[in-house]
Design a protein around this ligand. Structure first.
Ligand code: COA
Length: 168
């Protein structure tokens, strides 16, 4: 029997506990989840693509049904390449809805075999985004309950290096 494969795309700059939770829940619905880390061209990121992939791999090193990959170009084409018929997206608040609806409709226009599956983000993570985590970490705030341990360390190193560079 063929395996069900879903793709979870994002920038993941950096991965948060909200993202990790979505992947874990997706594994109950699909045999395999491919975490597709968007290449550098989409957003300006503080972590390079290789760093974002490495952090994600560390989060799922004990999970054989998760693959972490890099993608560029259209996600609709990438899903054909990976023989996946489902895209996973997390919905945090009503404000996510309009953008997500547009993306889902466009992706299905580009690839009629591709369905977008929305999972409601757990309430305890509904207020976080990668940007807000970076803002708080940069100012020395507490983020340990919101991101994986490897990300706490990576952010500390990143911002220590930056403050040295600027002579603080
Ligand atoms: N927990 C925590 N944060 C979450 C979250 C969750 N469950 N779900 C979303 N977020 C946050 C992300 O951290 C991100 O925060 P940021 O904006 O501060 O970085 C924000 O919500 C938006 O995330 P997301 O919607 O996943 O967007 P993205 O920018 O990370 O990724 C792509 C978007 C790359 C998947 C999308 O642009 C894409 O598919 N591009 C490929 C090109 C393409 O095919 N375009 C046509 C599509 S219509």
């Amino acid at each position: 029997m063929s395996k069900t494969v879903a793709i979870y795309p994002g920038t993941f700059d950096p991965v948060t506990n909200g993202h990790v939770h979505i992947v874990k829940r997706s594994l109950k619905l699909f045999d395999k989840v491919i975490i597709a880390v968007a290449n550098d061209n989409y957003k300006s990121t503080i972590f390079s693509t290789a760093e974002r992939v490495e952090l994600m791999e560390k989060c799922f090193e004990d999970e054989p049904n998760v693959e972490v990959d890099i993608f560029s170009g259209l996600i609709a084409d990438y899903s054909v390449e990976k023989n996946a018929h489902a895209l996973i997206r997390g919905l945090r608040a009503i404000s996510d809805f309009e953008y997500e609806m547009q993306m889902a409709a466009m992706n299905r226009t580009l690839n009629s075999e591709l369905e977008t599956i929305f999972l409601m983000t757990d309430a305890k993570y509904s207020f976080i985004s990668s940007t807000i985590i970076k803002n708080v970490a940069c100012l020395g705030g507490e983020i340990r309950t919101l991101v994986p341990v490897v990300v706490v360390k990576a952010l500390e190193e990143k911002y220590q290096k930056e403050s040295k560079y600027y002579g603080e």
